[in-house]
Design a protein around this ligand. Structure first.
Ligand SMILES: [Zn+2]
Length: 162
């Protein structure tokens, strides 16, 4: 029997402590969250992707009366980025969410489905995707999407896990 430990480095910081480009990305996620279509949960989420060509692509959650037909902000933004810039890596994604006028106090983290899409986008380009998760109290930052989904499922069956 072998026991292995998986650890994740998470940096907690304030908006002011972020480099300017990342601060602007978080602010874009906050801004676009206000336009989310979330009449059922009233939980409005925004996501902004920074592409390697400098382009920023942002989207928000789009709910539907048939719940599974709705899509999270992260997947809306990533799929749009991948649809329009299929050969450009996504270097970072910022996420922000709020109920009413108040953004979440703690960092908003992507759901399991979105983590899977983040990781596949990261693998597809072979470029780490920084994830910035906004909270009013602090922002959580991981250097790569894979940090949020250890032992993730992928199409590569022969790739070693460690
Ligand atoms: Zn999600």
């Amino acid at each position: 029997m072998v026991e292995r430990q998986i650890s994740t480095k998470i940096v907690f910081c304030t908006l002011q402590e972020l480099p300017e480009a990342e601060k602007m990305l978080v602010e874009k996620a906050m801004e676009i969250s206000r336009k989310a279509y979330a009449p059922y949960s009233r939980f409005k989420v925004g996501a902004a992707c920074l592409l390697a060509n400098g382009q920023v692509v942002a989207a928000n959650n789009q709910e539907n009366a048939a719940y599974p037909s709705g899509t999270c902000a992260e997947r809306c933004a990533l799929f749009f980025a991948n649809a329009n810039y299929p050969s450009v890596p996504v270097e970072a994604i910022a996420i922000a969410a709020h109920h009413g006028d108040a953004f979440t106090l703690d960092p908003i983290t992507p759901c399991g489905n979105c983590r899977q899409v983040l990781v596949e986008t990261e693998r597809r380009f072979g470029v780490p995707m920084k994830v910035l998760m906004y909270g009013e109290r602090d922002i959580a930052v991981v250097d790569a999407a894979a940090d949020l989904l250890p032992l993730s499922f992928g199409s590569e069956t022969s790739e070693p896990l460690f």
